[in-house]
Design a protein around this ligand. Structure first.
Ligand code: FE2
Length: 431
């Protein structure tokens, strides 16, 4: 065996298991394995999960915080202005350098599947070219999809339509859109039709920014769902942000859940950034800026999470850690019931796998690729409470990230005591 992982706790199962890996594939999962591996890894009863997936990111702007200037107001609109200035003198090399750093951070935090946007309204397609290069460079470590994202709109300038098509010809994986950012409602609808036409012409999936606003009159999600049904694109469409859903009336929201479910549209929420940039036109009470995750899940709509940004013109914080995004998501969405918290891991694992139609090659089960994350926690809830980075990350049976836990000491009246932070956070069998 190439690798044997021992004493692994698995989601939804009691006790610990040993995993045998050979040829990059999980061959066996059992209570106790006699076989030895060329490499042996003891999980010490910690939770072993499949890699995290980040379903919505902007790799072209990541880690550009402060360049060419800091966002003084912290608003979305100032972020767009700063990015517009940055785009005028951006180079492929510079984007490449930041993107490589960002992917390493994501790998260290357990992400191995990433859907990133590339801004196609940059006339030379430098963001797209740079990100397609990075995708190729990292293909042994991470599955990256690049979405052609028309940041400044599709209908706002006829050239943007050409740029979008050009970017698909250059190799973008998915077609994006931003209908709420178009000049009029009618242009917004046309932009959705344009994106679908393009996606159908080139056989691509749709991955849009839809209704990222607090305007309760922004209702493009219904158009996206209707187009998905009419064009038989069920299961091939994701709608990112969808924050306006937090402002819709309940009757309208109930209609929307039904058509989203029928259309097989995945809603991707980005709680870290949207809790900071939505509600900016409110005094008090202030809106939370997130789609109705709890209700969408209850209605059987697929929901996944994105990090969206890390230290860029829009979001000044973050480290590429999907556990942080989930931590914020369960707070904003009040997913704090025991089962809700334990199941919330689906939002960064199995639900995105479903959206990307990767289920058959994703999961800690015999016959699937040995892509694994060993967390420093015994349960999902403990992992969320601690937010510790993974101890190990495995890709196709090879350890690609290894972390040595740091030492924390309490210097008290009776001397120096070495603290086991995990032990201190044990609350009983439930957690
Ligand atoms: Fe976004």
């Amino acid at each position: 065996m190439q690798l044997v992982v021992r004493n692994a706790r698995l989601r939804g199962r009691s006790g610990t298991f040993d995993l045998a890996v050979d040829g990059g594939i999980i061959r066996k999962v059992s209570k106790s394995l006699a076989q030895r591996g060329e490499e042996e890894l003891d999980a010490h009863g910690n939770l072993v999960v499949p890699p995290f997936m980040d379903m919505h990111f902007h790799l072209d702007s990541a880690l550009a915080y402060g360049d060419p200037r800091f966002n003084k107001s912290g608003t979305l609109l100032e972020g767009i202005e700063i990015w517009a200035d940055k785009k005028r003198k951006i180079s492929e090399d510079e984007i490449h350098g930041r993107a490589v750093k960002m992917l390493k951070l994501m790998l260290a935090n357990g992400t191995q599947v990433l859907r990133t946007n590339a801004d196609t309204t940059e006339p030379k397609q430098r963001p797209l070219r740079a990100l397609l290069g990075v995708k190729e460079e990292f293909k042994d470590l991470m599955d990256v999809q690049v979405t052609a994202f028309p940041q400044d709109g599709i209908m706002t300038d006829p050239r943007n339509q050409e740029f979008l098509e050009k970017s698909v010809e250059l190799g973008a994986d998915n077609v994006g859109m931003i209908p709420h950012h178009e000049f009029t409602r009618e242009d917004g609808v046309r932009s959705i039709e344009f994106a679908f036409d393009l996606a159908q012409k080139y056989g691509k999936d749709i991955d849009g920014h839809v209704d990222e606003t607090d305007d309760d009159q922004s209702r493009f999600l219904e158009v996206v769902a209707a187009q998905s049904i009419k064009r038989h694109y069920e299961g091939r469409v994701t709608a990112g942000h969808a924050t306006a859903m937090g402002s819709y009336n309940d009757a309208y929201a109930a209609k929307l859940y039904r058509i989203l479910r029928r259309a097989g549209v995945t809603i991707v929420v980005n709680p870290l950034i949207n809790i900071t940039i939505q509600g900016r036109f409110d005094s008090y009470p202030k809106r939370r800026g997130m789609a109705r995750v709890k209700e969408l899940l209850e209605w059987g709509v697929n929901v996944a999470l994105g990090h969206d940004c890390v230290m860029d013109p829009w979001y000044p914080l973050g480290k590429g850690d999907m556990m942080q995004a989930l931590f914020m998501g369960v707070h904003v969405g009040q997913l704090t019931g025991y089962r809700e918290l334990a199941n919330s891991f689906d939002l960064i694992t199995t639900n995105p796998a479903k959206a990307l139609r990767m289920e058959r090659r994703y999961g800690v089960e015999a016959g699937k690729p040995a892509n694994l994350v060993v967390l420093e926690a015994k349960s999902e809830i403990q992992a969320l409470a601690r937010l510790a980075p993974p101890l190990y990350v495995v890709r196709r049976g090879k350890v690609i990230v290894r972390r040595t836990p740091s030492v924390t000491e309490l210097i008290g009246p009776r001397g120096t005591e070495r603290l086991d932070l995990e032990e201190l956070m044990q609350t009983g069998k439930a957690s």
